[in-house]
Design a protein around this ligand. Structure first.
Ligand SMILES: Cc1ncc(C[n+]2csc(CCOP(=O)(O)OP(=O)(O)O)c2C)c(N)n1
Ligand SMILES: [Mg+2]
Length: 592
């Protein structure tokens, strides 16, 4: 068996069943071998699209996304999507064909390892036919267990070598492949490391460590807090910690919020403030700013989530819980630091609190801190949250004029129209807050936010990957016109796959982010403004259903499409009002 076939067989033993890529001569064999082993191959039209599809897919499945690319330009084309994945700690293995070490004059020669290191991915390589399977298993496990993005270089000469037995350390993961290589019956455990939604993280069931002094310190802070707010991040989502955090919040009267990456985690909880940060509604921001204790649970409390510190009240104690020590205090000073799994730590804090006499509390003081009373919670506040916390309930001056629709009005209309079981994926740009804030999502799997690299143009592809991962949900890709046209080639992919997704383009005929940032200072804007483009017609050309929307009533074709079989994507080209920048934009530029 050739190494290219054996690598594919090893990956399928490890659980690989879906591969995104674009095939050239260097990855032809390995990709077809993956297909022969039962994997679904999703052909993208641009390698960056393949990487972002795998990224979106991995975020929704919790399993390593697999990308297959040709040597040289195949990999460099994919780089921006891979960088987003690496910065988001998306588990991913990029199968990157590479020239032989001896091909020093090859046109395709690039320094793959340096390139991987430079973008924060983990470099890996098939070193020789003898080591190739160990290299493959290690790459996959690094992705799955450590949530890293790994670029596995597949040199052509090694790929063409004859497969040999993996070492004793890895063959347990490759039971039947071992038997195919040796002719002996399989033994040992089936493939491991496939991850699941936890992506290999400790989920805290069984064998929990005893509470540390740091957990006791956190319990003390939680027990003493009068207005605690929990902010849950990606780590809380990965740890499956919703129920444990809610129970602890019930016990201490905390309000609940998330980072953008974990939006939807507490959906349905009456104390949910939704996203903390630039997207926070006025009431959410007021309540977070009013907290005397902020606990970041698997959340980095970065400049976006804390609005550059503006959401941290002057006297607030800040605590942070994370499975990785390096994450603690990485973005802002933290008073109480706990290294630990979010769910385990929440349970331990709750247990310590239960064994503790109740601390005296404000107006609602009582022995039982059951759901709905104590701490920050009160009946009037519950009513206020119900009435005011959603952006769509915040009054605004509708700027729609019949020719251009106010992006808020558009987003609210979409929120009304689209089924609740949805998954919203967002590209980057001035527009991005509108769908993030006005489209509700049913849970944390309802939001795919590829913003760790702040790249324009990844939204459509990550939405396609998410749609493949979650065929049960209506996927909504929310794009600017700039991002839509940058990633446009993947419309063909969405149509070819028959994805019944909605693509909403907030079309201001500009790189609005730049227009609003530089315009007020009188800079020339010719470089960032464009003549009108009929993006609906482009969508139709690719085979999408489409509508140009200038006012609410223009959404009627979308309603009809929703009532139909949804066998192809529907594109909404919304000509939006863009008379001024959005309020989260200045915040974003402060982070540049
Ligand atoms: C790949 C990449 N190129 C350039 C930028 C700089 N940039 C940030 S937002 C933006 C405008 C994007 O335009 P559009 O998608 O239409 O969204 P809008 O800002 O108009 O709402 C640009 C060019 C970037 N973030 N990423
Ligand atoms: Mg635009």
């Amino acid at each position: 068996m050739l190494i290219s076939d054996a690598v594919a067989a090893a990956l399928s033993e490890l659980g690989v069943d879906t591969v995104f890529g674009l095939v050239g001569s260097g990855n032809f064999r390995v990709t077809n071998a993956l297909i022969a082993n039962g994997a679904r191959f999703v052909a993208a039209r641009h390698e960056c699209g393949a990487a972002s599809m795998a990224d979106g897919w991995a975020r929704l499945t919790g399993r390593p996304g697999i990308v297959s690319v040709h040597q040289g330009p195949g990999l460099t084309n994919a780089l921006t999507g891979i960088t987003e994945a690496a910065k988001s700690r998306t588990p991913m293995v990029v199968l990157a064909a590479d020239v032989a070490a001896s091909a020093t004059r090859s046109n395709f020669r690039i320094d793959v390892a340096a390139l991987a290191t430079g973008i924060g991915a983990v470099p890996a390589r098939l070193h020789s036919p003898g080591l190739a399977l160990d290299d493959t298993v290690r790459a996959y496990r690094t992705a799955a267990d450590e949530r890293r993005t790994v670029i596995l270089a597949l040199p052509l000469d090694v790929q063409a070598g004859e497969a040999q037995m993996p070492s004793a350390g890895t063959d347990g993961a490759l039971g039947s492949l071992r038997s195919r290589l040796t002719g002996r019956r399989p033994r040992g455990a089936p493939g491991t490391g496939a991850g699941g939604p936890g992506g290999g993280r400790a989920r805290g069931d069984g064998g929990e460590p005893p509470p540390s002094a740091a957990v006791a310190h956190l319990a003390q802070a939680v027990g003493q807090a009068r207005r605690p707010v929990f902010i849950a991040g990606r780590g809380a989502r990965l740890a499956g910690a919703r129920a444990d955090l809610e129970q602890l919040a019930d016990a201490c009267g905390a309000l609940l919020a998330t980072s953008a990456a974990a939006k939807g985690l507490f959906r349905g909880n009456p104390w949910d403030l939704d996203v903390s940060g630039g997207f926070a509604s006025p009431l959410a921001a007021e309540l977070i700013r009013g907290a005397d204790l902020l606990v970041g649970w698997g959340c980095s409390l970065n400049m976006w989530t804390m609005r550059h510190g503006a959401l941290v009240g002057p006297d607030a104690t800040v605590a942070q819980v994370d499975i990785e020590r390096d994450a603690l205090g990485a973005h802002r000073p933290v008073d109480v630091k706990v290294v630990g799994d979010v769910a385990v730590t929440a349970r331990q804090v709750a247990a310590l609190l239960a064994g503790q006499p109740a601390a005296p509390r404000g107006g609602q003081a009582e022995a039982s801190f059951g759901r709905g009373s104590g701490g920050y919670r009160s009946e009037p506040l519950r009513e206020r949250i119900a009435a005011e916390v959603r952006w769509r309930d915040v009054p605004y001056d509708d700027q729609s004029d019949g020719v251009r629709i106010d992006p808020r009005t558009l987003s609210i209309a979409l929120d009304d129209l689209l089924p609740a079981e949805r998954l919203v994926a967002i590209d980057s740009g001035n527009f991005m807050g509108y769908p993030s804030m006005y489209l509700s999502v049913p849970d944390a799997d309802g939001f795919c936010f590829t913003q760790a690299y702040q790249s324009v143009g990844l939204g459509l592809s990550s939405a396609i990957g998410a749609a493949i991962a979650r065929p049960d949900r209506l996927v909504v890709a929310a794009l600017g016109d700039g991002g839509a046209l940058m990633g446009v080639s993947e419309l063909e992919t969405a149509v070819r796959l028959g994805l019944g997704m909605v693509i909403v383009v907030y079309d201001d005929e500009a790189y609005g982010a730049e227009v609003h940032h530089f315009g007020p200072d009188g800079f020339p804007l010719d470089t960032v403004r464009f003549p009108p483009v009929d993006i609906a017609a482009i969508g139709r050309g690719f085979g999408c259903g489409a509508a140009r929307v200038r006012q609410r009533a223009d959404l009627a074709p979308l309603r009809d499409w929703l009532d139909g079989p949804r066998e192809r994507p529907f594109l909404v080209d919304a000509k939006v009002v863009s008379d001024r920048g959005s309020w989260w934009l200045e915040e974003a530029f402060r982070g540049h």
